[in-house]
Design a protein around this ligand. Structure first.
Ligand SMILES: NC(=O)c1ccc[n+]([C@@H]2O[C@H](COP(=O)([O-])OP(=O)(O)OC[C@H]3O[C@@H](n4cnc5c(N)ncnc54)[C@H](O)[C@@H]3O)[C@@H](O)[C@H]2O)c1
Length: 352
């Protein structure tokens, strides 16, 4: 049976979804929905599919089995609820939503909705970096205790988002529409990997600030977080969107008898064993290198597991974990923003 796919939101990331759909057999992209007329024109021209301006109209006209949600964060909930209400499966971009109460409503709808046939629609969330070869090897190594218990982790996300990234799509720089900045939009992938590999997070301490782009955005561009895991060990995340270029995300995990470091590849160093290097897959044509190389793997897996009707393993409950951590960091002691009270005075003799 060929499954019918609809993409809602034809902006930056939707090209990766369209590319993935082309590469999967027995799936047909039957339409695109976007509120912006110029984006509908682009979809008609680039993908040769019919378009609609509302999700309700798109579902009625194109009768999709699966709805891909690639809208801004505050526009996830309405699209997901409309799709679930029509009995469609949903594959949504991260984060699950811009705020926790909206995310709770999505979790409840995903759990309680049944289609007319009595089947529960499946909802998957695009945390594609869990499919990275390095992430899977790290998870397997930590879970198996091959090098003993993990002692802690350190991750860095040093990326470059110029002012135009925000001015061209103003939703990205506003609390009301994005629900945050660097942490909820970029570093959430790494937060997700830390909690997935190192275990549930029970405490979050952090500092967030708008250090480079305060003239342009109200959300944060820089953050440091200390996560305490259920086991008692800690993960440190240092992240910024103010780097001069997009550097590879790094993740170091120290274990009792070995270390793992992933960047462009994974290096595993264990006591008494030869070093092991695991190469990462190359990113697809339409993906930006810093998005990682695994979107297509996740989307393919979502479709391949469609027939068995099981819940997708990265479901809304699973996606809540990283959102809760990010929101805890925003709500942490002192509240947001933790900005320098004033620019440092370089005439200050103590700084010379
Ligand atoms: N997984 C990843 O690596 C990754 C990478 C980039 C973006 N994303 C996520 O993808 C989502 C979209 O980000 P983007 O940068 O592509 O955004 P974008 O602004 O480039 O595109 C969003 C599109 O949605 C349309 N839209 C807005 N509201 C709509 C609605 N109610 N119905 C239909 N269309 C609507 C807009 O007109 C726009 O064309 C976000 O959740 C973002 O976090 C994920």
């Amino acid at each position: 049976m060929t499954l019918r796919a609809l993409i809602v939101g034809y902006g930056s990331v939707s090209a990766v979804h369209a590319e993935a759909l082309r590469s999967i057999s027995d799936v047909e992209l039957v339409g695109v929905c976007d509120v912006a007329p110029e984006r509908r024109d682009a979809a008609e021209c680039e993908l040769a599919v019919p378009t609609a301006s509302t999700v309700e109209d798109a579902i009625r006209r194109f009768a999709p089995d699966v709805v891909h949600v690639t809208t801004p964060h505050h526009e996830h909930e309405s699209v997901i609820l409309a799709a679930l209400g029509a009995g469609c499966d949903v594959l949504t971009e991260k984060p699950i939503s811009s705020d926790l109460s909206s995310a709770d409503r999505i979790v409840a709808a995903a759990e309680n909705t049944k289609s007319q046939s009595g089947r529960s629609p499946r909802v998957g969330v695009c945390f594609q970096n869990r499919y990275n070869l390095s992430a899977q090897a790290m998870k397997e190594t930590v879970d198996s205790r091959r090098f003993g218990a993990p002692l802690g982790a350190v991750a860095t996300v040093a990326w470059h988002r110029p002012p135009e990234y925000y001015t061209s799509k103003p939703w990205r720089g506003s609390w009301a529409t994005s629900g945050g900045g660097l942490l909820i939009n970029q570093a959430i992938h790494t937060v997700d990997l830390l909690q997935w590999i190192m275990g549930p997070v029970v405490a979050v301490r952090g500092r967030v600030g708008t250090d480079a782009l305060s003239e342009v955005i109200e959300v944060e561009d820089t953050a440091t977080l200390t996560l305490t895991h259920e086991s008692g060990v800690r993960s440190i995340l240092m992240a910024t969107n103010a780097a001069p270029t997009n550097l590879p995300v790094t993740l170091d995990i120290a274990m009792e008898h070995g270390n793992m470091r992933s960047g462009t590849e994974l290096l595993m160093t264990g006591d008494g064993t030869p070093d092991e290097v695991i190469k990462e897959r190359l990113p697809s044509d339409r993906a930006k290198a810093y998005w990682g190389s695994s979107h297509i793997e996740l989307i393919r897996d979502f479709y391949e597991s469609h027939e068995d009707g099981e819940t997708f393993w990265i479901d809304p409950n699973e996606a809540m974990k990283s959102l809760r951590i990010v929101k805890a960091a925003y709500d942490g002691a002192g509240g947001f923003p933790h900005r320098a009270a004033r620019d440092l005075d370089l005439g200050n003799p103590y700084l010379r």
